[in-house]
Write a protein that binds this ligand. Structure first.
Ligand SMILES: NC(=O)c1ccc[n+]([C@@H]2O[C@H](COP(=O)([O-])OP(=O)(O)OC[C@H]3O[C@@H](n4cnc5c(N)ncnc54)[C@H](O)[C@@H]3O)[C@@H](O)[C@H]2O)c1
Length: 349
């Protein structure tokens, strides 16, 4: 797949490598010695995919590293290379590395080129595309950041071979979400490819990644700065973030929380008479077949309280992403009793 998405006037070339293509060959073809310094940023798990003979900074893995301290380490590494304004940063890793390296690129010498080479399923279908960069601070996720689309995004699905099972599933929740937002064809394709993709069949993963990128790409092209339709990408995230918070960010992965949140949003829509029951049941089967837990041992009241603190409130109200059926999405506040009932249907005390 070769595609170019334009975000707020800046174009991002997206390449998903076929079986015959290699990252190193593509890089030497796309970036023949441009004169500027190149710095690769990876974590100790993604570093195994670093091309030979490049300058690199390898950081420890995990969200705890996604802070200003690491951004300063990237700046120091660039300075010690003598990198000027024509430098290029390459991020090789999951969402943590991509978000942080893109943020560092956006501020180093007021902005240098950044190329993302995502290595987790989540970063391939979500974090690498859309231009959001950032780091965590003071207990807040992505509180310092910028809008800085990468000039190139290069995806090699073969890198998923080494990704731990739970991380693979974490990314699958975003693929399910994108298929739901897209409509009939994408959902049928997902149902057909899911079993083989979960067994890491690269061709199935590649097809799902490409479809997901098309869906997210077309949404963000229409609304790069999240003034309207881009908010649909938060499907499942309001309930999901609240679950993560109620479980103190240790009881589930982000993907598990999003999958659970999608089911809660559909349940709330069904209780309101908006969502077709057969559609809710169809998605619940996909979520269960993927192996996500659908019931959590958690306090519904704690989850509802966490929803009240959602940072995406508008005029004091939380707006939920709901669906009538596949491809038909709307944003709406919800009555408190509906929120509580839908949360309760996904919890056991
Ligand atoms: N910018 C955006 O639009 C956006 C969207 C969604 C999420 N995010 C951000 O993404 C981050 C989460 O990303 P993530 O789920 O990729 O987590 P991650 O970057 O922490 O990666 C998960 C784990 O997988 C390891 N790993 C990465 N690639 C590997 C590979 N190929 N083989 C083996 N291990 C590998 C990593 O070292 C890490 O331990 C969060 O910080 C979130 O805020 C950003």
């Amino acid at each position: 797949m070769k595609r170019c998405f334009t975000l707020a006037g800046k174009s991002s070339d997206v390449r998903v490598l076929s079986k015959e293509e290699s990252l190193e060959a593509l890089l030497s073809e796309t970036f023949p010695d441009s004169g500027g310094a190149s710095l690769w940023i990876a974590d100790s798990n993604s570093a195994r995919y670093l091309p030979k003979h490049v300058h690199s900074l390898v950081i420890p893995p995990g969200e705890a590293e996604k802070g200003i301290k690491t951004v300063l380490a990237i700046v120091d590494a660039a300075l010690s290379l003598g990198a000027g304004r024509d430098a290029r940063f390459f991020a090789l890793g999951g969402g943590v590395v991509c978000d942080m390296a893109a943020f560092a690129a956006s501020v180093y010498m007021r902005g240098v080129d950044v190329v993302l080479v995502p290595t987790t399923l989540l970063s391939m279908v979500d974090a690498s595309i859309g231009g959001k960069s950032g780091v965590d601070h003071g207990g807040y996720k992505n509180i310092i950041g910028s809008f800085y689309p990468a000039s190139h995004i290069v995806i090699d699905p073969c890198m998923l071979e080494t990704l731990p099972e739970r991380e693979l599933k974490s990314g699958m929740a975003e693929i399910i979400k994108h298929a739901m937002l897209s409509g009939r064809d994408a959902m049928e394709e997902l149902k057909q490819l899911l079993p083989s993709a979960l067994k890491r069949d690269v061709a199935s993963l590649r097809q799902l990644i490409e479809r997901s990128l098309e869906v997210k790409g077309s949404i963000i092209e229409k609304d790069p700065l999240e003034k309207g339709i881009r908010a649909h990408l938060n499907l499942g995230h309001t309930f999901g973030h609240a679950l993560e918070s109620a479980l103190s960010f240790t009881g589930c992965t982000h993907g598990e929380a999003v999958a659970w949140g999608i089911l809660r949003a559909l349940k709330a829509g069904e209780l309101l008479g908006i969502t077709e029951s057969s559609y809710r049941a169809e998605v619940e089967k996909i979520v269960t077949d993927t192996g996500y837990p659908v019931i959590y041992k958690a306090s519904p009241e704690r989850i509802v309280h966490a929803i009240g603190s959602d940072k995406k409130k508008k005029r004091g109200e939380v707006h939920f992403v709901l669906q009538k059926r596949r491809g038909e999405t709307l944003l709406s506040p919800l009555p408190e009793e509906i929120i509580l009932e839908s949360v309760k249907s996904g919890c056991t005390q």
